[in-house]
Design a protein around this ligand. Sequence first.
Ligand SMILES: [Mg+2]
Ligand SMILES: [Zn+2]
Length: 194
Amino acid sequence: MTIAVFLDRDGTINEEIGYIRNVDDLRLISGAAKAISRLNDANILVILTTNQSGPARGYYDETHVQALNQRLLDLLKQEGNAWLDASFYCPHLPDGSVEPYNIDCDCRKPGTAMIKQALKQFPDIDLKSSYILGDKATDVEFAANAGCKGILLRTGYGERVLLGTYQELKHQPYMVCRDIVEAVDRILGEVQAG
Ligand SMILES: [Mg+2]
Ligand SMILES: [Zn+2]
């Protein structure tokens, strides 16, 4: 059985600072690289699933999203010798201003098309035993829709979600954790306990 941890990007792996126009402004949350390397060492798949509507909003083009992704990979390697097994992003937004991105797609979280893409690449993933980590209510909803265990992190928008001042939490998270570091600790504890 293959277990995967699906990770949101902003506010989960890197600091939430809004739309990142300069790649050098992307910075990892403290301990994130080491935490991801622990998942790598435990043979747990680590898969990025991120909404990146910057192209649909006309803030930057899709190649910039890919450059940010590369910066993320470089920092993970430098800071923790960690890697992502796969990366998926949704560049769409239904009421965006830029074609062809202004569509009502199936990949924007909480839609689950990015999970289906991951399953094409890794058919052995057991979704029920897998985790989704994120800092928004939409990440928890994404987990509910995908049939995974949704962990809400207090980093990024997470604290505001818990206070009820950002988005509405429609599903109870499986767990609430301080950050990705604590979440990985708890996940490894569960996986090792079987
Ligand atoms: Mg986020
Ligand atoms: Zn999409």
